[in-house]
Ligand binder design. Structure first.
Ligand SMILES: [Zn+2]
Length: 298
């Protein structure tokens, strides 16, 4: 499957598009595909003996002279220690976090960058597999991982993260946002926002969790949509293929209909945070639904 992906290097406006794998982890296949029967999903996403399927936690670097932007930060597998004894190795084991391969720091290094070189960090939502790398431990204290960066998140998502419902309590940790607040580096957007950074716009989705933001990057010619957990893998391009984790499935289907219509009609690249088998795809309409036209390694 992986070998058939075309490799394509994209540049959008001033930005070089650089996928940043931060490490593989595992989640229950049933939870990842909701009501879709295992006999269907296991063909594309084989499960291990604990029924976990392989997932990537993939951030995206928009590299440009003087403005390096990072979208999401992965599990923070460089910094698993920050969760302390309470989660520490148990957390690592539960989610099968693999810190032997790529990591946030190593992937940035491959592009010649250190944490100090990141100017802006956009957080789609504060679930640990997206915001885990946002903070790190320094001298026994939790601090922003990127000391010179301004962080961008949604006001409504921070509220949800601070007062999580029972189902999401296992996904929202103060360790991933409180140090940003304490350091005064967090700018909160309130809803859809055009051009909050040059060429970047935020679109709200409430189906997976309250006030998640997808990020559209465009220069008017080439457009990429960072899907976050709205479309976590290329397999989830089909409208009814949702995650068991999604809080409001019907809302999410409506949101997917809206955003995927625009993507299919305007040739937007969809960028997938959790797909271990490709990092982007172009899609097309398929009856009342959508399908992948072509998968890529960007
Ligand atoms: Zn999530």
């Amino acid at each position: 499957m992986t070998s058939t992906n075309e490799t394509r290097h994209l540049k959008i406006g001033p930005y070089e598009i650089c996928p940043i794998p931060t490490g593989l982890f595992g989640l229950d296949g049933g939870a990842m595909f909701g009501t879709v029967p295992k006999v269907l999903w296991e063909k594309s996403n084989p499960a291990d003996e604990k029924n976990r399927i392989q997932m990537e936690a993939r951030a995206l670097l928009l590299k440009s002279p003087g403005n390096n932007i990072l979208i999401d930060t992965g599990n923070g597998s460089d910094f698993v220690a920050k969760y302390g004894d309470k989660l520490g190795n148990k957390f690592k084991d539960l989610y099968n976090i693999d810190d032997s391969g790529p990591s946030l720091k190593k992937s940035l290094q491959a592009h010649g960058l250190k944490p100090e070189d990141i100017n802006n960090v956009v957080i789609t939502h504060f679930h640990f597999d997206h915001a885990g790398g946002a903070t790190t431990e320094k001298d026994g204290k939790l601090v922003p991982t990127f000391p010179n960066a301004k962080y961008w998140a949604q006001k409504g998502n921070l509220e949800t993260a601070s007062h999580p419902n029972l189902r999401e309590r296992a996904s929202y940790y103060p360790a991933n946002y409180q140090p940003l607040l304490d350091a005064g580096v967090l700018t909160l957007l309130d809803g859809d926002t055009e051009n909050f950074l040059p060429g970047l716009s935020a679109f709200i989705s409430n189906g997976h969790t309250e006030k998640q933001q997808m990020v559209k990057v465009t220069d008017g010619q080439t457009t990429l949509l960072y899907c976050g957990d709205v479309v976590p893998t290329s397999t989830h391009v089909k409208i009814p293929w949702l995650m068991g984790y999604d809080l409001q499935p019907v809302v999410l289907m409506e949101e997917k209909q809206k955003y995927l219509s625009q993507a299919a009609d305007n040739n937007w690249y969809l960028f997938f945070e959790h797909d271990p088998y490709c990092d982007a795809a172009l899609i097309e309409r398929s009856g009342h639904d959508f399908s992948v036209q072509k998968r890529f390694w960007l």
